[in-house]
Write a protein that binds this ligand. Structure first.
Ligand code: F6P
Length: 539
């Protein structure tokens, strides 16, 4: 069964939302709270160790009702079913989308073309576990017999951002291995990392689903050449491992067959950290923590699959986001974690969200006549308060924001934690209420300054409060956003799992690269032509 194929703007619920929007667009959330003492209770989902309060949004119960109708009108339930049953829902690439299988229990069944993939998933997990244990406990050694001290993940996009974000987020749980990530084709990146390494004690994990990615192969080759200045070819088998679907190319690169960890077509790059792409995670925090991350994601999968839409965290967050994107015409959303550990979280989400839903052709192959996709950005609080919050508070743009916080800090410094969480709560309160002219005047502000100090408020936020940052809760949080992406793709009637938009630039770059060494420069627009020649002259 193919994915349902419904233009959302033709549904009865969309029409209801349109006229409802006209009626409520200027309503202030302050009044919604004043008129309903139970608003926060009604608009909070408590699930496991998650407390998700979405009451500080410009929605009423009527809005939610219509949004939930929209989910039914676009046949979201059937779409979820199609995804989890292994159907080829990534139609443009002819693939199933089964990252959920990677975190399911061994007893589960996920069929791809009639074949249950779980046995191979668990075989790969065993290999990851065994390998990670041997490196961590020092059984596996480098070519001079020394134990490994450093691990370098070489990959880009989904083969870098997921592992890098998780390792950074879980640094509290880290072991003695020092981890590095090389991604950019900018040679200064790889050289800065190499500076810190000892070839005798460094393990290299080359991660590339396709094993054709220019950046990853260039970095892997540069590192291999550097390594071979100290070691001979036979040492590669001890120091280089790969994660890929392209076994032939990995072997041609010189990596030992036993050192190849599998990947599958039915796992998209940006959803792959749960597979062997997460090998560096297992090495950095140990396999048990990696397994807890997967368990957390599996719990969120079950919540998403089984919970009624009105109490379903990813579904509700997706619907609210559609409300802002398509009715208020908000262009971006901010994600503000009140945890320095989640420093890379927004960067990670950028690929997941924008590579998935940055599409303008619907599932019929026709251009959409409505907005899709969301610009995602963010930085941890409280730093971001001193950077871009001014614009969210008093600028002209509507920027819905997710505030993510943890009730307990990991190091247990209660003074800092209380200050952090007081800011976390204060910001969403300030964004909701703002500050009226009367309040500014009452503070004794000089008359001519009053307008500058007024905050309109009515700025929407979701508060996602989690007990503690742990591998399990992080797994839940990541999976929550993955499912939000899926729901939005279904509603927008687009294919979320291809990424053809990144191809054109790659093709042109390889053409231009050849031209650097050619006297004849092929046809370009005059700007590119001049820039290319300027570079040839100056470099
Ligand atoms: O940016 C395009 C992309 O294909 C991503 O989807 C992917 O995560 C990344 O490149 C890396 O691809 P690979 O793992 O094949 O090297």
């Amino acid at each position: 069964m193919a994915l349902p194929n419904v233009n959302p703007t033709t549904t009865p619920s969309w029409k209801k939302l349109q006229s409802h929007f006209e009626a409520v667009k200027d309503v202030h959330m302050k009044d919604l709270f004043a008129n309903d003492a139970d608003r926060a209770d009604k608009m909070t989902i408590k699930w496991d160790d998650f407390y998700v309060d979405f009451s500080k949004n410009r929605i009423t119960e009527e809005t939610l009702g219509y949004l939930l109708e929209l989910a039914d009108d676009v046949k979201l339930k059937e779409a979820i079913q199609s995804q989890f049953s292994g159907e080829i829902i990534n139609k443009t690439e002819g693939r199933a989308v089964l990252h959920a299988a990677l975190r399911a229990p061994e007893s589960a069944t996920f069929n791809v073309e009639g074949q249950n993939v779980m046995p191979e998933v668990y075989k790969a997990k065993q290999k990851i576990e065994g390998f990670a244990n041997e490196v961590i406990n020092g059984e596996r050694k480098g070519y001079t017999g020394k134990v490994f001290t450093d691990v370098v993940n070489i990959g880009i996009g989904g083969s870098d951002l997921g592992p890098a974000m998780v390792v950074d987020s879980l640094q509290y749980y880290k072991n003695h291995l020092t981890t590095h990530f090389v991604s950019n084709v900018d040679g200064d990146h790889v050289n800065e990392v190499i500076k810190k390494l000892d070839p005798e004690t460094t393990l290299f994990v080359v991660v590339s689903k396709t094993f054709t990615t220019q950046e990853t192969l260039s970095n892997a080759n540069t590192i291999k050449s550097w390594f071979l200045k100290s070691a001979n070819e036979t040492a590669i088998a001890k120091h280089f491992v790969a994660v890929s679907t392209n076994l032939e190319s990995v072997k041609n690169f010189g990596i030992d067959e036993n050192n190849i960890f599998p990947m599958w077509d039915w796992v998209g790059g940006r959803f792959s950290l749960w597979s062997a792409v997460g090998l560096t995670i297992s090495l950095a925090v140990g396999y048990n923590n990696f397994a807890s991350l997967l368990d957390g994601a599996n719990k969120m999968d079950n919540h998403f699959k089984n919970e009624d839409f009105k109490n379903n965290i990813p579904v509700v967050l997706a619907l609210i986001s559609i409300w802002y994107n398509n009715f208020f015409k908000a262009e971006s959303e901010a994600v503000i974690p009140y945890s320095q550990y989640l420093n890379q979280f927004a960067t990670y989400l950028q690929q997941g969200i924008m590579e998935s839903n940055g599409k303008s052709i619907d599932r019929n192959g026709n251009p959409v006549n409505y907005e899709t996709g969301t610009l995602i950005w963010g930085e941890p609080g409280t730093n971001s308060q001193h950077a871009f919050f001014q614009l969210i508070h008093q600028g002209t743009k509507l920027i819905p924001a997710d505030f993510i916080g943890f009730t307990k800090s990991l190091h247990g410094n209660q003074d800092h934690q209380d200050k952090l969480i007081s800011n976390f709560l204060a910001q969403t309160e300030a964004l909701l209420n703002g500050k009226t002219e009367a309040e500014v005047v009452a503070e004794g502000t000089k008359e001519d300054i009053v307008p500058f100090k007024v905050f309109k408020g009515n700025k929407p936020t979701n508060t996602i409060f989690i007990n503690k940052l742990s591998p399990e809760s992080l797994g839940k949080l990541i999976a929550m956003y993955e499912h939000k992406i899926f729901v939005q793709g279904i509603i927008w009637n687009i294919y979320s799992y291809d990424q053809f938009g990144v191809e054109l630039g790659k093709q042109l770059a390889s053409k231009i690269l050849q031209e650097f060494n050619n006297s004849a420069v092929n046809e370009h627009d005059s700007s590119t032509h001049n820039l290319l020649n300027y570079y040839r002259k100056m470099s």
